[in-house]
Design a protein around this ligand. Structure first.
Ligand SMILES: *Cc1c(COP(=O)(O)O)cnc(C)c1O
Length: 480
């Protein structure tokens, strides 16, 4: 069994085994002709349940053959140009080289004595990101597992910085289309059930600053404490960007922590042409970035950045076995002092390899392309009488609804749209997402693949309309 351990004597086996695995994936990618096979839970679960985990196959080829059946064959493939659903990107190859290296070396980024250069590389990337944001000379941050954890940590810091001992008095302001992790974080942080004050959005799905000003004033009048405003730079559903400069003004006026959730919009930090769309982000106290959304990085790769490095002390605890107090005096860089996690992957290496191979402009060009594609898609939808489209995209998301001319019952239109999404998924021809707008069911394209064309979008719109028409036809038959 020792031959399975990676060490000096098994290096050749490691090379062969990993290559074998990579070859399967490469063959799969070359052969996939759709984003999904349409497999159902009921069809797949028995195959996975039938595998006896206490009876190993002892042969890597046989294990990969089995994996083909239970996973590779039916996985959802984000690299396919007709995967248009969630905030998942196709990944860049330099990052995959990084992924292979980081998992084999297996550094843990909690302490210097488990990572050495890894810690310094992560720090450089934190500094690089903070500089792109414009957070100033005292900025810092740390890599996290994702935007949800970044938001949680940012709100933890904001809570600790808030001037009150009463958690019940704390209020967090976020728009009605902010990410649900804001609510979840408030709960985890022990804030009251009314802690998150929801601010309405305008027609373009951006936070209404007049409403924010009103709520901040009310908060002060009621003797409550405005702990943080969460501005979203790229909402998950619409890609809309809250008016950051106006929100920053209000935060300054009320002495409130400004957190900018740029989990999605952070791609603009590398943009060659559209960087100005997130102007104002430099005034944040903390920022969430998800490289695994708009920097074309494999999951996971995310960071939280702060304007004032000293605020990260709220996440610091000293353990004698790991990062004793004296290591601070000895100036040993232990990233665990800044993180909610302890053992932590060297995810930063993927971004490092990407920047060293392609450069920031390379990433930014890809992101600009998907933003341009979204505008093309919006034009198609706006000109198509079969569809209603919600907002002109700021990033790369389109939210729309099939609206048959002959049907007026909105509930029936809801059902037709829901049916179309499911039928499309079951066909495997394309994958699209869905959401609700003013209580009605809408469909959503999140465009993060520069290989997707306007032609792909047109084809998928025809497919959706076809499924919806089929549903409505059958529904008529049922009624008669
Ligand atoms: C995706 C997303 C998150 C959550 O990020 P994860 O990496 O999925 O945890 C937070 N905020 C916004 C705006 C997002 O789009």
């Amino acid at each position: 069994m020792r031959s399975h351990l990676l060490n000096d004597t098994t290096a050749e086996r490691y090379r062969r085994s990993v290559t074998e695995g990579i070859e399967r994936v490469a063959a799969k990618l070359a052969a996939t002709d759709g984003p999904f096979t349409g497999v159902t839970v009921d069809a797949l679960a028995p195959a996975i349940d039938a595998i006896d985990l206490d009876k190993p196959l002892h042969d890597s080829g046989a294990v990969l053959d089995e994996l083909e059946e239970v996973y590779l064959r039916d996985a959802v493939y984000f690299h396919h140009p007709r995967y248009l659903a969630h905030l998942n990107c196709p990944v860049v190859i330099p990052a995959l080289v990084g992924e292979a290296v980081l998992s084999a070396v297996n550094s843990s980024l909690d302490t210097w004595d488990q990572s050495a250069g890894g810690t310094l590389i992560e720090r450089r990337l934190v500094d690089w990101t903070a500089a792109r944001i414009g957070l100033g000379g005292n900025a810092d941050g740390v890599f996290t597992s994702g935007g949800s954890q970044s938001n949680l940590q940012a709100l933890l810091l904001a809570r600790e910085e808030a001037k009150t001992d009463s958690a019940a008095k704390l209020r967090v302001f976020a728009s009605e289309v902010s990410h649900f992790s804001v609510q979840k974080s408030a709960k985890l942080l022990g804030l009251g059930p009314d802690a998150v004050v929801t601010i309405p959005v305008d027609h373009d799905k951006r936070m209404q600053t007049v409403a924010l000003a009103r709520e901040l004033a009310r908060c002060a009048e009621d003797g409550l404490v405005p702990m943080a405003v969460v501005a979203t730079a790229g909402t998950t559903d619409f890609g809309s960007i809250d008016p950051l400069p106006e929100i920053a003004e209000l935060c300054e006026q009320y002495g409130t922590w400004l957190h900018v959730d740029a989990a999605y919009g952070c791609g603009l930090l590398a943009s060659v042409r559209y960087r100005d769309r997130i102007d104002g982000i430099e005034r944040a106290d903390s920022v969430t970035v998800d490289y695994h959304k708009s920097f074309f990085q494999p999951v996971s790769s995310s960071a939280v950045l702060v304007r004032d490095a000293t605020t990260l002390r709220h996440a610091t605890y000293h353990a004698e076995y790991l990062n004793p107090r004296r290591t601070v005096e000895e100036r040993i860089p232990n990233q665990v002092d800044k993180s909610l996690q302890t053992t932590r992957r060297f995810d930063a290496l993927k971004l490092w390899m990407t920047l060293r191979t392609m450069g920031a402009d390379g990433i930014g060009q890809l992101f600009d392309e998907v933003c341009d594609l979204a505008v093309e898609g919006w034009r198609l939808l706006a000109a198509d009488p079969r569809y209603h489209v919600v907002v002109r995209p700021t990033l790369s998301t389109l939210v729309f609804r099939y609206i048959p001319a002959a049907v007026t019952d909105p509930a029936e239109i809801d059902r037709a749209n829901l049916y179309a999404r499911k039928a499309l998924f079951a066909s495997g021809d394309a994958v699209v997402a869905g959401t609700k707008v003013q209580g009605r069911h809408y469909l959503k394209f999140t465009l993060l693949n520069p290989e997707t064309t306007a032609e792909d979008i047109a084809v998928v719109l025809d497919l959706i309309a076809g499924h919806a028409e089929q549903y409505l036809g059958e529904s008529l038959d049922r009624a008669s």
